[in-house]
Design a protein. Sequence first.
Length: 453
Amino acid sequence: MVLLNQSNAQLNVQRFFTKKLIFFQIYYNLFIKFFIGQFGFPHSLNYVTDIITFLIALLCLGELRAGFRKNSFIYKWIYVMLIFTVIGYVINIYSPTLYIWGLRNTFRFFLFFLCCLAILKKKDIKKILHVLVRLLPINCLICTYQYFTLRNSGGYVSLYLGDFIGGMFGPIQGSNVAMNVYLSIILVFTLAAFTEKKLSFIKLSLYVSMCFYIAILAEMKIIYFEFLIILIILIFTSKVSFKKIVTMILGVLTLIVVLNIWKAYNPDSSAYLTNWNSILNYTAETSYAGTNSLNRLSAIPMLSTLFFQDNWAGGLVGIGLGNADTSNIDLLNSPTYSLYGETLKYTYFQQAILFLETGIIGLLIYLGFFIVIFLHSFQKRKVKWVNHYEYIYIVTARIFSILAILMVFYNQSFRLESSGYLAFLILAIPYIWVNNEEEEITKKFDNKLSISR
């Protein structure tokens, strides 16, 4: 009995430490790029996240095995994705170093996802989300400072000012990618809280206003489409109520007001949101970052023509995971990227590099992961949650899983540490909630049995 108690105590300490590492991983990635961009900290600090992920996985090996029994389908889906990349490697045969680098870039977030659903509890998710909400006013201040200090800096930064306004994610190019993930989570969470009567209209208005304020400064056009998608899914995937209808109406009115503000602030940029021809031109016809570079809707057809025109089988499996990737380290820079990367800029869009490396099958399996999570969020729908407050978190993950598909096509959110770990934590919520619910039911049943004895 003493040995059993000691073993349980050691296990609890290990779980506690693992949770702290998960928390550290999230908070570290919220701020480290700010210190890199603002104060010149070394870029090598980005790789600390790999060490943390490895330690987390090592510490919760037992929980990962137990998690397979509880959540076998999502495990198997990730395994299928992994096995498919091995098949792609065998077919193409290239540097094993590049394949391992590709595994690192893509599967580190899936590993973190599995660790989160195996080790975290509902209270942990609540704590992290509440911290994210509290950080919103701070982000407003930082973005305002970045806007006024960078807009007159001249050269490339002034030309692409929005790309450098990332708030806590740093004044570095592409930091608004992580900011977009962060803002979309805040918008989903606060709108869900409002419709479930856990957030006042005044607070909701304040949070939404701050999100759009940052979006205007950073020229994040996608946030408006995401906001509309959030409203639509919020209405049609849960029980319709008067408050949800009011939310939809107020949301549309908010979009109209914000678009008019943006039009006054930046008429050239706002045309991409208000004119259909401009939208098509922006997403398909105009190159993203150069005369020969890809764009969001044209990326896959263009890559298919360039790489797989006479090889339909190659278009199904791609040229191999990591075989088109890049790195600051020469050894990890693929020949494909050396030849085409700087011109086509296919790493700017997740869908593009996924299609090139894993083909249409690999891309569909990857997108299927988010669909599986969306469907899983409806599991045990008839179970009455403790209160409306609990249901908010399920809705947050449900809607974000659909937004994640949009992000795969829009940018490289799930290739970056600053956005990938946070996103996959949110995606783990339905599994954490259902697992915790089953544990609570089991405990209640065991308690009843002990009382009856």
